[in-house]
Ligand binder design. Structure first.
Ligand code: SF4
Length: 356
């Protein structure tokens, strides 16, 4: 189990100096914690720093901010993005004055009830400003926890599990520093691509590091919202019941699998160009004068890959039993397709060709 004291000892030596972070032994101001956490939502430390300094100089406490005209707050926020945050910031300052007499509550539920304050921000304010044993879990901390426990469940479904695991390692002693130490670890050593595990205070207790695949965590559910790609597939049927097949390149999508010839799959595929990309076959049928008669099959074959949906139009041609396969392709008996490494997309294409 990762030891909180090991992380706290590391934090005491390596903590980041941030404009909103109280110095060691200094009193933490909930207003400053709240202001910084709202500004840091979807925004980098570097972008936030000058805005934070300007806001604090102009509105040094929550009462001053609550008394400010909304327009002034919006103007001061200009350039920081996600402007709903600025409206909520102002509404929240007013709510703190009206509901809580100008003092931020320490209770997570009461914090959560304020405008613009979600689970993460409520836990961060409770922990950092009031030293409550709360566990703020943002994307960086999800990554740290997923690696510590080698959580195989993919995001976003794993979020409740990651929050629960974060709670199991949150100490009663110095929970505010522990929350900031987790933030610092996620923002520095435990980086997304090349975690510096050799320097990590938890490397003896990290399951993913022990396995050697830390950078593969957290797992993520496949995205299914990539841009649509389109292309054409060519099903050439020989008179003896064979279909023309070829092998895909070893690397890349469906690497090394078998396919019927296709065009490239792209967002800007031009159907009018499809036949110029068809395989070149020499028919022994003299009546065609060497040409191949392609027929476009009505309809489309749709398939969804991990990162994009695909639509293929299908063209069919019939050739004589003597027609040789072009270079890089071969004939395969359709009755023996069960033994071919045909991905489901290609099975759909062949089925579509023969269905009509
Ligand atoms: Fe992250 Fe590596 Fe530390 Fe594990 S050992 S928490 S992967 S930096």
């Amino acid at each position: 189990m990762p030891s909180p004291s090991a992380l706290l000892a590391w934090y005491d030596r390596h903590r980041r100096t941030l404009p909103w972070r109280a110095l060691s032994g200094e009193r933490t101001d909930p207003y400053r914690v709240w202001l910084s956490e709202i500004m840091l939502q979807q925004t980098t430390v570097r972008a936030v720093a000058p805005y934070y300094t300007r806001f604090l100089a102009r509105w040094p406490d929550v009462r001053a901010l609550a008394a400010a005209p909304l327009d002034d707050v919006l103007k001061a926020w200009a350039g920081l993005g996600y402007y709903a945050r600025a409206r909520n910031l102002h509404a929240c300052a007013r709510a703190v004055v009206e509901r809580h007499g100008g003092a931020f509550p320490s209770d997570q539920a009461a914090l959560r009830a304020l405008p613009g304050v979600g689970d993460y921000t409520a836990a961060a304010i409770a922990a950092i400003a009031f030293d409550v044993a709360a566990s703020p879990v943002d994307g960086n901390i999800e990554r740290v926890v997923a690696r510590l426990f080698a959580v195989e469940e993919p995001l976003p479904g794993a979020k409740p599990r990651l929050r629960q695991l974060a709670r199991t390692i949150t100490p009663q002693r110095r929970p505010g520093d522990f929350a900031q130490a987790m933030m610092d670890l996620g923002a520095s050593l435990c980086s997304p691509k090349k975690p510096a595990c050799a320097l990590c205070p938890w490397n003896e207790n990290c399951t993913a590091f022990a396995r050697g695949d830390a950078e593969t965590f957290p797992r993520r559910a496949p995205k299914r919202d990539g841009a649509l790609r389109r292309g054409a597939a060519f099903v050439v049927c020989r008179a003896d019941g064979c279909v023309l097949l070829r092998k895909r390149a070893a690397k890349g999508l469906l690497g090394g699998m078998t396919e019927v010839p296709t065009t490239a799959w792209s967002a800007d595929f031009d159907e009018d160009e499809a036949l110029s990309l068809a395989p070149i076959l020499s028919s022994s049928d003299r009546s065609r004068k060497g040409g191949i008669a392609w027929r476009r099959v009505a309809g489309i074959v749709r398939h969804v890959f991990t990162h994009f949906p695909l639509e293929l139009s299908v063209y069919v041609a019939e050739v004589t039993a003597e027609t040789p396969a072009p270079p890089g392709a071969r004939w395969a008996k359709i009755s023996q397709f069960g033994g071919e490494a045909l991905p489901s997309l290609m099975r759909k294409v062949v089925a579509h060709a023969f269905d009509t």
